[in-house]
Design a protein around this ligand. Sequence first.
Ligand SMILES: [Zn+2]
Length: 149
Amino acid sequence: MADQLSNDELVQRFPGEPITHDNAAHYRGRLRRELLVNRCDDCRLWHAPPKPMCPECWSWNVTPLPVSGNGAIFMNVFLYQGPPAPGVDYSTPYPVVTVELEEQVGLRFTATVADADNGDIQIGKAVRLDWRDRAGSPMPVFVLTGADA
Ligand SMILES: [Zn+2]
């Protein structure tokens, strides 16, 4: 059960990831293949990356909740080089996209796109969340849905 892992065990499940007090719940969600984003209990604003205080109303009452992972590509880059990472081969430029999630205008999450030709990864394309295994732990990725507006 992911929630019963100690903090040390959580860090060990995600080698190289910058796990902090603020994002630990997000990473625990990953182990259940849930993409958790902090939402304010008072004004209902979603915000990412996770912070302990709502950036809108300054409430400390924020709760990590699962999002659908559906959205559209807001920004994309292709990495021709970068830090060594399991399963990443920069000989084909590695896509990194920021996706605007359907839950809220301006709510964005950054990940790679799996199973797509780089030429098909374009701003505005509809994506959905999927998961891939990295170093034994689930990693959120996006896949193109082909259902563009
Ligand atoms: Zn708020």
